[in-house]
Design a binder for this molecule. Structure first.
Ligand code: C2O
Ligand code: CU
Ligand code: CU
Length: 434
């Protein structure tokens, strides 16, 4: 913390070597280390002042996904950091507690940069849930960054097929799962209840998280804030860029696996297979110790952020039509503004996926609620205050979107599909806040 109270965070993007598979070395990229980066923790009201040094051999950016902030601090494709350069944005964090993340966003190269390992978690805390939820970092409050990767026979990261092309419809799907950069991860659990902050930081893979033996768990937060109460579920789908906070209960000595079962993508059979709809994986093994410390009891209610209030009548409505790697028939143009949004407004965005390909959608500097999916009330995977959402094939998803309060008449924010090969292929647009 600087003398003036700013929270200084040194983040050095660097290349290195990491043992991703046991006994094998891979060339990787990371932040303050060789793969992934530190969890950055800020309190609501703090001025966050990252100092981002790019020691990678390529120009890149660092974007704060889910953060409300001035456009010049956003780290989108307009804030490129040349190799050897230092980028120092600073802004006051003023939004509800949430599990956010950071990752590169250079136009056309995001998929490679994230795949090589540049990503990390960014927690906003506001003290509202103190004592209600497990919050001992790394003890009962556990970061779970889920990524799929392919490896060459030598154990190096295999980037083959990372771009859209050939048989791939959503981008690279890996056959190996890493959690926090670890293959075959095991978590020793010492408390009766753990909070898992799960981030899908994969390029294209969509997971459907379950526990062994159909055991249930509770969801307490979506992408961008707490839910009003814990929701009991027996599975949860998570598409790239989405986060969820889960509460899992264990008994002494128990072993429970967090797995991913074949996700329901809502696609036809051929597309479903190509998009990973038939794949299943072990994600994380939870091993309870013989005696478990007590945990805060399951809360009946949570201090969720205020709803993005109706009335819906009279709201500005926009329709965005998704084609294959196009939005409204257009490919991303860094010099074109696609939407002008009145500062601080709340709008209805209708995402119309007009094709048979799975897509998802993320808006910078905004939070939204999902109003409906194909005209019906959304299931648990769509609940809460969000910033990223799955958009099934041939389906309309309707959002109520609250935009950030920092004016940005000249510098644009992005909206895009967060399947990274689609994003890089141009499935992105830009808006300004006036
Ligand atoms: Cu997580 Cu525009 O990105
Ligand atoms: Cu973002
Ligand atoms: Cu897409």
């Amino acid at each position: 913390r600087a003398a003036d109270g700013r929270l200084l965070v040194d983040l050095r993007l660097q290349s290195g070597r990491t043992e991703l598979l046991p006994g094998r070395q891979a060339d990787t990229w990371g932040i303050n280390g060789s793969y992934l980066g530190p969890t950055v923790r800020v309190n609501r009201g703090d001025v966050l002042a990252p100092r981002v040094r790019n020691d990678l051999p390529e120009a890149t950016t660092l974007h704060w996904h889910g953060m409300e902030l001035p456009a010049e601090c956003d780290g989108g494709p307009h804030q490129m950091i040349r190799p050897g350069a230092l980028w120092q944005p600073a802004w006051r964090v003023d939004q509800p507690a949430a599990t956010l993340w950071y990752h590169p966003h250079p136009h056309g190269r995001t998929k490679e940069h994230v795949y090589r390992g540049v990503a990390g978690l960014l927690y906003v805390d506001d003290g509202e849930a103190d004592g209600l939820l497990p919050d001992d970092y790394g003890v009962d409050d556990i970061p779970v960054i889920v990524q799929d990767r392919n490896f060459t026979r030598q154990g190096r990261l295999d980037e083959d097929g990372i771009a859209f092309g050939g048989l791939s419809v959503t981008g690279l799907l890996g056959s190996e799962i890493l959690v926090n950069g670890v293959w075959g991860p095991v978590l020793d659990v010492r408390t009766e209840r753990v909070r898992l902050r799960v981030l899908n930081a994969s390029n294209a893979r969509i997971y459907d998280l379950v526990l062994d033996h159909g055991r249930g768990f509770h969801v307490v937060a979506g992408d961008n804030g707490l839910l009003p109460a814990p929701v009991p579920v027996d599975h949860l789908r998570l598409s790239p860029g989405e986060r969820a906070e889960l509460l899992v209960e264990l008994r002494p000595d128990e072993r429970v696996r967090l797995r991913s079962r074949p996700p329901d993508l809502g696609a036809n059979l051929a597309v479903d297979r190509l998009a990973g709809g038939a794949d299943e994986f072990d994600v994380l093994e939870l091993r309870a110790t013989p005696s478990l410390r007590p945990a805060p009891p399951l809360p009946v209610a949570l201090p969720a952020p205020p709803r993005l209030a109706p009335p819906l009548a009279g709201r500005r409505e926009r329709v965005l039509r998704f084609g294959d790697f196009l939005i409204d028939g257009r490919t991303m143009d860094l010099s074109r503004i696609d939407a002008v949004v009145p500062l601080g407004s709340t709008e209805i965005w209708r995402l119309r996926n007009d094709v048979g390909t799975p897509h998802n959608f993320h808006i910078h500097n905004a939070a939204f609620e999902v109003l409906d999916v194909a005209g019906r009330p959304p299931g648990a995977a769509w609940w809460g205050r969000k910033d990223t959402v799955y958009v099934p094939p041939d389906t309309e998803v309707r959002l109520l979107v609250q935009f950030g309060a920092y004016p940005s008449p000249t510098r644009p924010f992005m909206f895009h599909c967060h399947l990274l090969a689609h994003e890089d292929a141009g499935m992105m647009g830009q808006f300004v806040l006036v």
